[in-house]
Design a protein around this ligand. Sequence first.
Ligand code: G6P
Length: 613
Amino acid sequence: MCGIVGYIGKANAPSALIRGLRRLEYRGYDSAGLAVLDGGRIEVAKAAGKVSSLQDRTRELWDQDFFNRITTGIAHTRWATHGPPTEVNAHPHLDQSGDIALVHNGIIENYRNLRSRLEAKGHHFHSETDTEVLAHLIGDCDKGDLFQAVCDALHQVEGTFGIAVLSSREPGKIIAARRGSPIVIGVGDGESIISSDASAILAHTQRVIYLDDNDIALVTIDGVDIRDLNNVPVTREVAELTMSESAAEKGGFEHFMLKEIHEQSEALSNAIRGRLDLEAGSSVLAGMGTSPRDLAELTRVVLIGCGTSLHAGLVGEYAFEDLADIHAEVQQAAEFRYRNPIIGNCDLVIAISQSGETADTLAAVREAKQKGAFVMSLCNVVGSTIARETGRGVYLHAGPEISVASTKAFTCQVAVLLMMALRLARGRRLSREDGLALAKDISAIPQLVQKVIQQEAHIAELAKDYTKNDHAFFIGRGPMYPVALEGALKLKEISYIHAEGYHAAELKHGPIALLEKGTPVIALACDIPGKDKTIGNVEECRARGARILGIVTEGDQEAADCMDDYIMVPRCHPLVATIPAVVALQLFSYHVARLRGCEIDQPRNLAKSVTVE
Ligand code: G6P
């Protein structure tokens, strides 16, 4: 995901900025750029690709004297969302006059309206980005006071931002602001550093100030003056960074997996933002490219994927059948490609892949296209092969996922599948009222997930009692059945405990033979249809000495009392409930694996992207 660095100090800002960008490389990005103040001018260098390419570009453009005299600048690593990762689309972006430069993380949702308004006033744009529109808007608002201009522009913006702004007309200052996208400011000795991530600040100082939403900061060599968007001063405490340099690239977390679990609330906000229609009780997914007529003519939805993505597809299967009243089925991509599947032009085939590069899923896409199906993808990585070959689909916007064990991609896949099913359902039989109820619960997913993450200490404590077993079983019914499969996959891949997920009713058809005193059974017993039967299955396990960890709904003490241990997750629509439930299992698996001293981010024998059959 995108990263911001700003530097104002005594010397060599380009080098400080490049060093800062290197610290943010772990976040994943596909282009980079910087803008510096040289006397009364702004100079810009950008490059598609890596920070090293940007560094080469700065060396081509500027000599050592230039490097030594430049003391102020802003820089960015971009992970493409609006427009491909080209040099033109890379940040910083300039305003119409070329005197103001901006770097931006987040998404300006109303950028199309703003762009048309500015074009009508004679503005010309060079890129496809929402960020360039904001740069122009700030320039348009600038009547001689940059700080006020940024305030005025941000009042007109819908969406999220973390920004840093420079003006050649007002040297000696950088303006930073945030809403929904983090900004932290390092207060050094004769220098100030702005970043989206504290790890880029560590090389300069441990003393930092975190901006809150709707804060705007005037940053100078001497420190920071923070106000709200109405220009009223606010006080923010100076915090002391405690992270080590090596922890820095993980944003202060011990492992990427834990960082990515914690990022889920933000990732889900990005996946959902602007895609729900809370008036019509539907969703707006332009990338699906289906007309109401196409939707009516579809007779089947086939979801294909591998690993965790396959499990997301299984939740999708319930959603499409339940909501859209359409026959839906999940097929393993590896099986689909060779079984000569019966597929026709009334079938919607959805390929689900975080990386967009998995060989079996790609081959299945080609096979489905060959057979004339309506094929679309659900990928995280922009411009990946599966996304390109399907030509239509929906991106997750979950940000880069580095840990091999997938977490935030899974929850975003489920959220997007629910929105896809909702769109299809509203084009068919689902009532506005039912659509609205689901849309509201989908919009609340980031908060629901946060409530589970807040229980991490409790979950970590529970995990202590589950580290010694060789086997574990996960059980669930309905949409909680795929959650059981995903929970078992998470535990086995990172802790090396043999774990299996079963439909709760299936346990008694064989696996129950393996239960001994103390064998863990993790029961997805949320308060959704089928819960009572799952609790019946829990009793069967308890009678054989199993130790039960229940995932139950907040306030459902009756269910909790049937368990040896429990984690409570918030009450919501049964399909939506799969997301907070799986987050509880991700944290549980993580802490079990951590206590067992496992290689969490790179488990043995596993790869993040499987490009072989
Ligand atoms: C690998 C990864 C899994 C992932 C699967 C499918 O096995 O280790 O975490 O679920 O590939 O990957 P995809 O990128 O297609 O979602």
